[in-house]
Each structure stands twice: as structure tokens, then as C-alpha cells.
Design a protein around this ligand. Sequence first.
Ligand code: PHE
Length: 339
Amino acid sequence: MEKKLKDLDKEALEKIKKSNDIERLEKLQVEFLGKNGKVTAVLRGMGKLSPEKRPVVGKLANEVKENIEGELKTRLNELKKEEEKERLKKETIDITLPGAEVSRGRLHPMQLIIGQLEDLFLRMGFSIEEGPDVETDYYNFEALNIPKNHPARDMQDTFYVEGDFLLRTHTSPVQIRTMEKQGPPIRIITVGKCYRVDELDATHSPVFHQLEGLVIDRGISFSHLKGVLIEVTREIFGEEREVRFRPSYFPFTEPSAEVDVSCFKCQGEGCPLCSRTGWLEILGAGMVNPRVLEMSGIDSEKYTGFAFGMGLDRMAMYKYEIEDIRHLWDNDLRFLKQF
Ligand code: PHE
């Protein structure tokens, strides 16, 4: 019996050493020490031994049992450590690999130019007003001194909605709404969409954007208008681009001017983009016509003012050197990603 125990001990130790996974160890545990295990079987047979032998064999059996248990535990720990090492090796991260590219959204060029202009005007003490896209004939035309027979009212130029309603053809109606609402002094801008019956081509779109400005106070003169507009063109186009004021006509301003910047494409030499003039038109402006002030309840003897309206799509084209207005609204990522 003693020999048998020693043989079992040896057998178990060898098998434990050779086992390469935890599952195998568990099986060995059952094989030797389980309820029907080999060592257990020997212990069960102890009843047949003589009383003198019993304690000797019992002691040995316990030693063998403890020994096997100990070995199992040691091997288990070894295997666990190896497994952990393998796992760590597999999970190693190569921090020198390039990361996955995160594609970030960005502002549309129109938003960029609007943001830049709003910042500038806010710094100059202007506040921002809003007006509806669907206007009445009164605010879009009548109150701006645009007579009934004016060509702008033509069905060919204006989108009429129904009855008296139309899609505003410019942001100037916000001038009238502001004058009615708050009275002088006034220093506001407004930004928004305008609509005209235009064929879509490289330089025209039936929906476009304007930024309108209105300043009314005592003693406002044309030189104030000039100062503000020169500041704006400098901010948007830089000091290098030349600016010129050209006499013009609008029913709601007197005197009126149009403002041009030197052509970005030919640097003023003359090319197809600027119709060989060397200049690109960006805005209309002038001193608010006294009749317009009076119609909105402002005393034109006491107050004077100026107004201007800029074509933002055109300005974005000239600033970012975009040759076709349609690029702005095509939503082509190859274009949009450049800003
Ligand atoms: N409303 C004019 C246009 O759309 C621009 C303008 C605004 C001109 C204010 C003078 C003063 O063409």
C-alpha cells in the first residue's frame, strides 16, 4: 500500500508537470483526489490494515494528498501567469500606427462671411435685426419709394405669393420695419435671403443673400457712409484690394452709389469675369431718401441717415475666388472641404 501511494504520488507529479492547460489540471485533480480518485481509493482501503500500520500509511497518504494538492496549485499559478503574458502580448497597442481620421465638419463659406461681417458690425456698435422672407408690397416697394410702374415690380422680376404677398426682392424692407418699430437713432444690420426671378447661371441665382445696413441720427452725412463701407471692404478683402464709389440710382436713397472692388482675377487689368472693366460690384448704398424717412414717421428736417445693401453671394465669390455661384449650393464636399 505504501508503494502504491508513492507510485501514485510520482505519477501525479509527472502528469501535473506535463499538463499545459488549466482544464487538464482540473481533470488531474479529479483523477487523483476526487471522490472516486486514485488516492481516495487507497485511503478507503485503509480499514483493512492492521492497527499498527494504519497511522503510518495514514500519515503517508495525507502527505501524498497534500503534495499533489500543492503541485496542482503551483502548476495552476504558472499556467495562469503564462496565459496572462500571452493575453498582454496579444493586446499590445502599437502607438506608432497612424490614428483613424476623424472627419470634422466646417462652416459653409456663406456662414464664414456672414460671421465675419456680423462681428465687424457688432464691434462698430450696430445691432442685428430680422425681417420676414414673405413680405407685403408695402414694405418691399411702396414704403421704399418704388413707384407702381417701376420695372422691379414686374412679374418677371418678383415672385408673387398671393394677393399682396411676395418673396422679398431685397433686405431693404427691414429698414422700414425698424424705422416704424424703434425710431431714431438707428444703427442696425440685417442678413437674409432674397428672391428674384433669375435664371440660374454662373453669376445669378433666384435665391441669394444680402446684408442690409441702416444708420439714422442727427448729422449723419455721406462721409459716415463712406467710412463704414471702406472699413467693411478692408475687413473682407484686405487692404490691397481697391475700392471705388460710383454714382448710381435707387428710389429709396438720394444721392446713391454703387461700390466696386478691383477684380481679383485680373487685378484690375480687365477680364471676362469683370466684363473687362477691372471692377466687381459688391453693394448699393446712399443717403436715405427724405420721402422714405417721412413715410415711416421720421422727421427728415431733424434726421438724416444712410443705408446699404450688399450681395453676400457675390462677396463670397470675390473673397474666396469662386468663379461659379452654383458651387456655393451644390453641396459638393470636394468644394466645401476647401474652407
Ligand atoms: N436694395 C438694393 C438692392 O437690392 C440695395 C440697396 C440697399 C441700395 C440700401 C441702397 C441702399 O439692389
